[in-house]
Ligand binder design. Structure first.
Ligand code: ASP
Length: 324
């Protein structure tokens, strides 16, 4: 009896402290975990939105990179973090493709998070090192088919957007090439520019300026329409590959059980952040596409995540790619 009483008092105190803590939220900086290496596409979006959320939230949003295993290390870390609103995750389409790629996934995208909202959509581009022999998609297809044993394709690990895009590339060409996984496409791009790897499929947040400066070769955009910041780059559909289409969306997540007051504050800060002129102009220069207001909401993210899991699972299963 005594023990039960003590437990009840303890639980009540924890609830009161938790509720009071949630009401003062945020009283210290919030950490945003990024599942890929610093300096890459996801990190670029993360740092911009973290900065834009800082003012409306009233606390600094610190970016922390936890790269590895195609984004699943950071996702698991946040799923298991204290649900107090001080640890959040930014992730992209990989949240929807990992369940099909990893048989042993130690978190569930549909049940282990509170959803905050979508952030921004980012197109992908297929690029190669500057001195790669092929000069356009037609030449690339012919070269890769003829040299599939020696051509290599970098990616940011199984579950990364670059992995999914590379899968679509190989499916479009009906050819398999050697893939080289990195902890993010920032180090992959360094090696591509250094000539150590041949091809990479990567977000415009990282490739736009390099393509404009002609530091790398670009073959096409994976979007239905041409990218505004790269108007000369044809889409894959224009070049005869209508199935080679993918848009990289981003979402912000908190651990399941995060108090409603904290979730609400994060949602408000995100909604203000995506409209911030500094965020918008940085994103516009990098060829990104703003998301509709209705999607910068918990329900907007949840619905899109579910739809994307349903869309990509059969495609990945058909391609037969698994982590184990
Ligand atoms: N976004 C990249 C990818 O998914 C990884 C990164 O941000 O470094 O391939």
């Amino acid at each position: 009896m005594k023990t039960t009483f003590r437990l009840l008092v303890g639980a009540a105190c924890a609830f009161i402290v938790g509720a009071a803590g949630a009401q003062n939220y945020p009283s210290r900086p919030v950490t945003m975990e990024v599942p890929f290496a610093a300096g890459g596409p996801t990190d670029i979006v993360a740092r911009q939105i973290a900065q834009a959320m800082t003012k409306p939230l009233g606390q600094t949003v610190i970016v922390d990179n936890k790269p590895g295993a195609g984004g699943t290390i950071a996702s698991e870390f946040v799923a298991k973090a204290a649900p107090d609103g001080y640890t959040i995750l930014i992730h992209h389409i990989g949240m929807a493709t990992s369940p099909a790629l990893y048989r042993q996934l130690r978190f569930n995208p549909m049940t282990d998070y509170e959803y905050i909202g979508q952030v921004v959509n980012v197109p992908m581009t297929l690029v190669a090192r500057k001195d790669f022999p092929a000069n356009n998609m037609k030449e690339l297809a012919a070269y890769v088919k003829a040299n599939s044993k020696k051509v290599n394709l970098a990616n940011a690990g199984l579950g990364a957007a670059s992995h999914l895009c590379g899968l679509l590339f190989q499916t479009a060409l009906q050819t398999e090439v050697q893939t080289i996984p990195y902890k993010g496409t920032a180090p992959a791009m360094t090696d591509l520019q250094g000539g150590q790897v041949d091809i990479l499929c990567d977000q415009t947040t990282q490739t736009t300026q390099l393509i404009q400066a002609k530091s790398i070769k670009a073959y096409g955009a994976t979007t239905p329409k041409r990218i505004s910041s790269l108007p000369d780059l044809p889409t894959m559909a224009e070049q005869g590959y209508p199935q080679f289409e993918v848009m990289i969306w981003h979402g912000i997540y908190a651990p399941k059980g995060t108090p409603k007051a904290a979730v609400d504050a994060l949602v408000k800060a995100l909604q203000a952040g995506v409209k911030d002129p500094g965020f918008r102009s940085a994103m516009d220069k990098l060829g990104t596409i703003a998301v509709a207001d209705a999607d910068v909401t918990p329900e907007g993210l949840r619905k899109h995540l579910k739809a994307e899991i349903d869309k990509w699972t059969p495609i990945i299963k058909k391609a037969g790619q698994y982590a184990d």
